[in-house]
Design a protein around this ligand. Structure first.
Ligand code: FAD
Length: 525
């Protein structure tokens, strides 16, 4: 059928039509796309970009890529599909930083949200102060905006968002479709907990403003909704006065139980405090065959490398607790004392305390220099068979012994950072689509592998082994940035939320048009 379609398309275009996209041919009907035909592209460059992502493991070619100039172009595209006899799939592509084709569409149209950024159209970034004291400062930002740009524009006004991902070259629409987690989540919640309002184009082509008070079902469905209910064209993001500098600390442990106990204690005390609390907490594994570059590159002083390496040799894994406390001119004199008080009583290996003092923006943008380095070596665009999990606190020690100390150490293939840090469930809103474990505290574990083009399947096999171990041991893990192959797995993932997730799909995208690359309601056909 597709050969026939493409032949007909070419015939139509060579028969003297001004633009081949005056119609997008679906198998049964010609869909009029006159008003956006000049924004649809099927040149090699456009198709190639939209057929790949950061994961570099999945390839799906769309029929065309929309470079929207305004929100009306998106509305027009979605309505065309919705009203056609056989609808075609449509996916917003934020910055293509998914790892498994979640922003791809086979034989449909990818909406390149970056087009708004390049043309400086879309919603941009605008700032306001609210009369409502519970909100105060906020920014209205286009769904296409990169978090780095939101941060830099906010800092010009002395403000900043409160919750970040580790890497800032991700879009607002992309992270809000997943959750947006990082070291601030234990205290401020994920990025989806810091949104007041959104404009969304649903799968019917309706343009709807939603918030916790208005069109609430759509609001909650979209946040963590994996792009299934609408394309976010604007989000109203919480801001707070920005600090200037950061005390950034890493502490090393050789015992997982002690490490996780200290992490849990810190998030329990600091997660609930308004003032004088830690602002950031994460953690990671240090292993010989794992993240050595990670720490060797910057944080630890060269003079301590031999000591750290010999400890890794001895213990096989070291655990690195990472915390940060922000400060500015007015709090500069107290920050050391406050930090000391917060970290008092922690049981890290005596003497293995490392501290840096950096600017706030350098801290938040810390992953960028690593990215540029990898890019210059051609190592950024390799396959990334990532696995991100949420693990209930009650089973984190079982996970350590079955996964880190067994599968990972024996496998000897883990490359790239392995992150481990806890979050407070109370900072997540259960009405939102994002699915998290049913315990007050859960950990995220991120295996952020980089592999070669010829061996990523070995990493996938290890990922499968980890999932199988969890299932056999009855550890109720949830995937973050989830990818499953059957609808039963998706049902299991969403658990008690599946029914409402499905109902919202029928309501807001009844023809199953949006983000088919997630493979929840279709096989991306
Ligand atoms: P895409 O990958 O382009 O899209 C993701 C999904 O959202 C797709 O299904 C797409 O169709 C949909 N979508 C995109 N834009 C919109 C929109 N406007 N409206 C509705 N749906 C939309 N995540 C974290 O939470 N924390 C981290 O610390 C973190 N670090 C990362 C570091 C790196 C180096 C990378 C590559 C990723 C990291 N991520 C992290 C994952 C990141 O959040 C996801 O990749 C996410 O998909 C955002 O990427 P993106 O903006 O490029 O979206």
């Amino acid at each position: 059928i597709m050969i026939l379609i493409s032949t007909i398309t070419r015939l139509v275009s060579t028969a003297g039509k001004a633009n081949p996209w005056s119609t997008l041919l679906t198998s049964k009907q010609l869909v009029p796309l006159d008003d956006i035909s000049d924004k649809l592209h099927d040149d090699q460059e456009a198709i190639k970009l939209a057929s790949s992502d950061y994961g570099n493991m999945v390839k799906e070619s769309p029929t065309a890529v929309l470079y929207p100039f305004s929100v009306y172009d998106i509305i027009s595209l979605v309505k065309s599909s919705y009203n056609s006899y056989v609808p075609f799939g449509i996916a917003a592509r934020g910055n293509g930083h998914s790892t498994r084709g979640q922003a791809m569409v086979r034989n449909g149209v990818v909406v390149d949200m970056g087009s708004f950024r390049r043309q400086r159209t879309g919603k941009g970034i605008t700032f306001s102060v609210s009369q409502d004291p519970s909100i105060r400062y906020y920014a209205d930002v286009g769904g296409e905006q990169l978090w780095i740009d939101v941060l830099l524009a906010s800092l010009e006004r002395g403000l900043a968002p409160v919750s970040f991902t580790d890497y800032l070259y991700l879009t607002v629409g992309g992270t809000l479709s997943n959750g947006g987690i990082g070291g601030q989540t234990f205290r401020y919640g994920p990025q989806i907990s810091n949104v007041h309002e959104m404009d969304v184009v649903t799968g019917k082509g309706d343009f709807i403003t939603c918030s916790p008070d208005k069109n609430t079902e759509l609001f909650h469905a979209v946040l963590g909704g994996l792009g299934q209910f609408g394309i976010i064209t604007r989000a109203r993001i919480s801001l707070e006065p920005a600090p200037k500098r950061v005390k950034w600390v890493r502490l090393l442990y050789n015992d997982f139980s002690t490490f996780t106990k200290d992490q849990a204690r810190l998030i329990s005390i600091n997660g609930m405090k308004q003032k004088n609390a830690l602002d950031y907490l994460e953690g990671m594994l240090l292993m010989h065959h794992g993240s050595i570059n990670n720490w060797r590159s910057s944080f630890f002083p060269m003079s301590d490398h031999p000591k750290i390496i010999s400890l890794i040799t001895k213990h096989r894994i070291l655990y690195c607790l990472e915390v940060a406390k922000y400060y500015d001119d007015s709090s500069e004199n107290n920050v050391d004392k406050e930090l000391q008080d917060i970290l008092q009583g922690l049981n890290y290996i005596p003497g293995l305390y490392y501290e840096k003092n950096v600017s706030y923006v350098d801290f938040l943008n810390r992953v960028r220099s690593g990215e540029l380095q990898l890019q210059s070596q051609g190592l950024w665009d390799v396959p990334h068979p990532w696995l991100n999990l949420f693990i209930p606190k009650s089973r984190i020690l079982d996970f350590d012994s079955g996964v880190f100390k067994d599968i990972v150490l024996k496998g000897k293939i883990t490359t790239g950072p392995v992150l481990v840090y806890p979050m407070n469930r109370s900072k997540w809103d259960d009405r939102m689509s994002a699915s998290v474990p049913d315990e007050d505290v859960f950990y995220t574990v991120g295996f952020l592998h980089s592999s070669g083009f010829d061996n990523w399947e070995a990493f996938e096999a290890q990922n499968k082994k980890i999932m199988q171990f969890c299932e056999d041991a009855g550890i109720k893990v949830k995937q973050y940035l989830p990818h499953y192959s059957t609808q039963d797995d998706w049902k299991n993932h969403f658990g008690s939320k599946w029914k409402s997730f499905q109902e919202s799909k029928y309501k807001f995208d009844p023809r199953m048009i949006l983000s088919p690359g997630q493979r929840i309601f279709s096989d991306n056909k």
